[in-house]
Ligand binder design. Structure first.
Ligand SMILES: Cc1cc2nc3c(=O)[nH]c(=O)nc-3n(C[C@H](O)[C@H](O)[C@H](O)COP(=O)(O)OP(=O)(O)OC[C@H]3O[C@@H](n4cnc5c(N)ncnc54)[C@H](O)[C@@H]3O)c2cc1C
Length: 407
């Protein structure tokens, strides 16, 4: 009998643990998370969007796993009764200079096999979203919204139902990663496993170091502040409205996102976070900040990106300014009121040269398989990433597993 461990009870760890129980039904799976509840970090503080796969480099892990992830996630949500709404999305060009980039995104979306995408002009924009305006837009009718914490809980329920164990409030403080076994230490003791999958999100580089991995890619935390529009603006859009992303900073720009509970959100923006888990913004993490300040890679990044940083900082300090940007896409938002919500903090990996790592990064070291970079669309792709992780583990350790399920 094999024994497996998963570190992290975010959506990736939960999905990986469930996939292990499906491929190894006779074996035992244990999940460890330092937080007292599942989905306590990125998986519980994100936009709740099921991305259709518009932007990603064809053939990349992101492009492949996002497309498969959407299908798996939709089926699971339907099966388990988790709210899933295909509300659609418009990526809107306001200025002529954005049109070329939008057409390039359309080509990528088609290459990635995203269903139903089309480029549309101002009239069709108004038909789909009477509240929005623009010169040209990419319409993605299958982009959806979902409750990711609910999905994470469902995945962990399946793990428990299959006989697995989930330890919450159990911080992993040491990993002894040998050629045959991998031992994990928490305050409750040390346990050895045949193989371990590590999905540590904002702590993934530190956990990788514990498992014998390299210092890079290293996590640099970027926070995103959301605000909630006043109730009278709840119905202003049928779906999501996004700007044309700047390829250098794909996560920047004002996003209008509907939530499954009907709230309409503006944000997130993105700015360096003083603390990997500093959600209030008032409790800077000393170790986290010192590590960023001591990293040559970060300063190489900062020197190249000071203009974008200044622009984002202006949006961080002024909610009015952020809303004014949103009103360019939805004119009725001029002068609208909003309330700040909790932040999300992105685990963004950076390489030694100070470049943000775009694609998902997975590494195998000894008996551990580690997710080192899983930014958006990581939640969308979670079930497909889990399949990929478990396939690697099976191939890497020559294990006998049952056939993957057809879904
Ligand atoms: C602001 C924001 C918006 C986003 N929007 C979207 C979106 O709309 N759609 C989308 O697809 N993706 C989105 N993403 C990305 C998505 O949220 C992530 O890709 C996904 O949640 C990653 O899941 P995870 O399980 O790897 O990480 P996490 O959810 O961060 O989980 C990592 C877990 O590891 C645990 N952990 C860490 N260290 C230890 C330790 N030493 N011992 C034990 N446990 C430990 C943590 O407690 C945590 O629970 C967004 C992300 C952010 C931040």
């Amino acid at each position: 009998m094999n024994s497996f461990a998963v570190i992290g009870a975010g959506i990736l760890g939960a999905a990986a643990a469930r996939e292990l129980t499906r491929r190894f039904p006779a074996d035992h799976v244990t999940v460890f998370d330092k937080a007292p509840a599942a989905a306590a970090h990125q998986s519980g503080h994100n936009s709740g969007v099921v991305h259709a796969g518009l932007y990603y480099e064809p053939g990349s892990l992101k492009a492949r796993l996002c497309r498969r992830g959407v299908d798996l996630l939709r089926d699971l949500a339907l099966e388990k009764g988790v709210p899933y709404e295909e509300c659609g999305k418009l990526v809107v060009a306001l200025r002529p200079e954005e049109e070329g980039r939008l057409r390039a995104i359309h080509e990528r979306a088609v290459a990635n096999g995203v269903p139903g995408v089309e480029l549309i002009g101002p009239e069709r924009i108004r038909e789909i979203e009477p509240g929005a305006t623009g010169r040209l837009a990419l319409h993605s009718p299958r982009t959806a919204i979902i409750d990711y914490p609910a999905i994470t809980r469902v995945l962990l329920e399946d793990v428990r139902a299959a006989g697995g164990t989930v330890h919450l409030g159990a911080e992993v403080t040491a990993i002894a990663n040998g050629p045959e076994r991998c031992a994990i230490t928490t305050e409750h003791g040390t346990q050895a496993f045949d193989a371990v999958i590590v999905c540590g999100g904002l702590q993934s580089d530190r956990l990788a170091r514990l498992a014998g991995g390299d210092e890079y890619p290293r996590i640099v935390p970027f926070f995103g502040q959301y605000s909630k529009l006043a109730p009278e603006h709840r119905g202003i859009l049928n779906g999501l409205v996004y700007p044309v992303p700047d390829p250098a900073y794909p996560f920047l720009g004002v996003h209008l996102t509907k939530r499954v509970d009907g709230e309409m959100l503006v944000g997130p923006n993105a700015f360096l976070s003083l603390g990997r888990e500093n959600y209030s913004g008032r409790r800077p993490g000393v170790r986290d900040s010192l590590e960023v300040a001591a990293s040559g890679a970060f300063w190489r990044f900062a020197s190249r990106n000071s203009r974008a940083a200044a622009r984002e900082f202006a949006a961080v300090v002024s909610r009015k300014r952020f809303l004014a940007q949103a009103a360019q896409y939805v004119p009725s938002l001029t002068g609208a009121e909003s309330t700040p919500l909790t932040r999300g903090i992105r685990a963004q990996a950076m390489d030694r040269a100070g470049r943000l790592v775009d694609d998902f990064v997975i590494e195998d070291i000894g008996r551990a398989t580690l997710v080192r970079n899983a930014p958006s669309p990581g939640a969308t792709s979670s079930l497909a990433i889990a399949e990929h992780l478990v396939e690697r583990l099976i191939a890497g350790h020559g294990l006998q597993a049952t056939e993957p399920s057809a879904s």
